[in-house]
Write a protein that binds this ligand. Structure first.
Ligand code: GLN
Length: 492
């Protein structure tokens, strides 16, 4: 029999329903896997007692016939989601010891559906990063290693704890958040699937804010179907988030057919960038062939402002971050540093200087600069205008196609430390993911192949606003064609 930890979320649901195993057995197997995987540093807090209590409740509900969509399913929760009574830090020193007195709307929905939380997952500090190396808890180590080497690789970021935990079979699925690629890029780096829905699909209430006009919750899981099931539980209108969309949540998992007949898939020519790994390009071509085989019509499209997306993102996101992070002042949350004989202002600056890591400080400074009176028009306002043009590029593209197919990231995972000294090299990881974020579109990464070192690569699908069904179904078709079965060999 397959180990319980190797089952997909869909298989776990079927096994639980058939009483092949109990939720307690399923959760216990995952609690043990989490403990054994501490060298990966994927979890910042482990909550086995919460998971086991949820398992017992699930077993009862399964026996009563009252089980929810995720009864007994072991999940990891990115530590950007506030969880009542459980330390929530956004992987920042400034929030160490913070125990929210409320539950984020997304996690509340997951728990109402019966999910069992194994713990909180490591991330880049305040979700700022592409490698999980800016965490105050130290980096997450990818479960993957290059063939014939024991080099340590990054799991991607910022949802690096989520991607590592799902790839290493520590949980069935994990929540993630994506501001500029933080679900899709880590999913691609670790050979798992990840979807960021349309902006507004999932409530942001109770998620620690990074850049509010971009932040969106989503899922990392091992299959497209598992992503669809999770998203059904997470999405939905929430009056507590003013940007939440009051639209019905479709039954995405039931709609997966993998049939692309009648669909036009656009290939944006501007995504062919310098420095792209040739195996990434080859996989992209392969993906195009798979889409055509599944019945899609392939069309060449142009998104002329693609080259401006990254610089635009790195103005808008830090601007919003500098404003959102102003609340961490040593008065209301977490850490407080009070210099001997200092004033209130000294307390603010000492707390913030000690509480925030280097990348967060860099973003606050850039954000404050681009919003400052003398530079607002030249940077922030200009970036907002370019953002509108980027969104318009997509609107024009939808006149000739239904979905876009691109690589998720320009390379496979890199070694720990390889890019941490060079912020621009790090930011370039997001070149293919930020445009959809700026336009608020649903986008997904699906594992599609391996590079020459045996490391996973992903393909990205981008859809029209609210067309998660189209994105998921095309991803389902590619997943079937790619038949990606590779998993990291256990070394931890
Ligand atoms: N890597 C990007 C950044 O550092 C995106 C992060 C995210 O999506 N949270 O801002």
């Amino acid at each position: 029999m397959t180990a319980l930890t190797d089952l997909t979320l869909g298989q776990m649901k079927a096994g639980l329903a058939a009483r092949d195993f109990s939720a307690r057995e399923l959760v216990q197997a995952h609690v043990a896997a989490v403990e054994a995987a501490r060298p990966l540093n994927a979890f910042t807090v482990e909550t086995p007692e919460i998971a086991l209590a949820a398992a017992d409740a699930a077993d009862k509900a399964l026996a009563d016939g009252t089980a929810g969509l995720l009864a007994g399913i072991p999940l990891g929760i990115k530590d950007l989601f506030c969880t009542r009574g459980v330390e929530t830090t956004a992987s920042s020193n400034i929030l160490k010891g913070f125990r929210p007195r409320y539950e984020s709307s997304v996690t509340a929905r997951l728990f109402d559906a019966g999910a069992a939380m194994l713990g909180k997952l490591n991330l880049d500090e305040f979700a700022m990063g592409s490698s999980n190396e800016t965490s105050a808890f130290g980096p997450v180590i990818s479960p993957w290693r290059p063939q014939g080497s024991d080099a340590k690789l990054v799991p991607g970021g910022s949802s690096g704890g989520s991607s590592a935990a799902v790839a290493a079979r520590l949980c069935a699925a994990a929540t993630g958040t994506d501001t500029g690629g933080s679900i899709r890029q880590p999913a691609a780096f670790t050979g798992v699937a990840g979807i960021k829905p349309t902006y507004g699909r999932c409530s942001r209430w109770g998620i620690i804010a990074f850049a509010s006009s971009l932040d969106q919750a989503g899922v990392l899981a091992r299959t497209v179907e598992d992503c669809a099931i999770m998203l059904e539980a997470m999405a939905g209108f929430d009056p507590k988030d003013s940007t939440s969309l009051d639209v019905p949540v479709p039954a995405w998992s039931a709609g997966l057919k993998g049939d692309l007949r009648g669909k036009r898939i656009g290939i944006p020519r501007e995504y062919r960038v310098d420095g792209m790994d040739p195996t990434v390009d080859a996989l992209w071509q392969q993906g195009i062939a798979w889409a055509r085989d599944a019945g899609a019509e392939i069309v060449d499209v142009s998104l002329p402002h693609t080259g401006e997306a990254l610089p635009t993102y790195y103005i808008v996101a830090p601007a919003e971050a500098s404003s959102n992070l102003a609340r961490y002042d040593g008065v209301r949350y977490g850490m407080r540093v009070t210099p001997e004989g200092g004033s209130l202002a000294d307390m603010y600056s000492a707390t913030r200087a000690e509480g925030f890591g280097a990348e967060v400080r860099r973003r606050i400074m850039i954000g404050t600069y681009v919003l400052s009176a003398g530079y607002y028009d030249a940077y922030y306002l200009k970036a907002q205008k370019v953002r509108a043009l980027i969104a318009l590029d997509f609107e024009r593209a939808w006149e000739s196609c239904d979905l876009l197919l691109t690589p998720t990231a320009p390379t496979a995972a890199f070694e720990l430390g390889a890019k941490s000294a060079d912020p621009i090299a790090m930011y370039l990881n997001d070149v293919f993911t930020v445009p959809a974020s700026l336009a608020g579109l649903p986008a997904m990464s699906v594992p599609a192949g391996l590079d020459s070192s045996g490391l996973p690569l992903g393909l990205q699908l981008i859809g029209r606003p609210l067309d998660e069904m189209g994105v998921l179904d095309a991803a389902f078709a590619l997943e079937r064609a790619a038949a990606f079965r590779a998993a990291p060999a256990r070394w931890w």
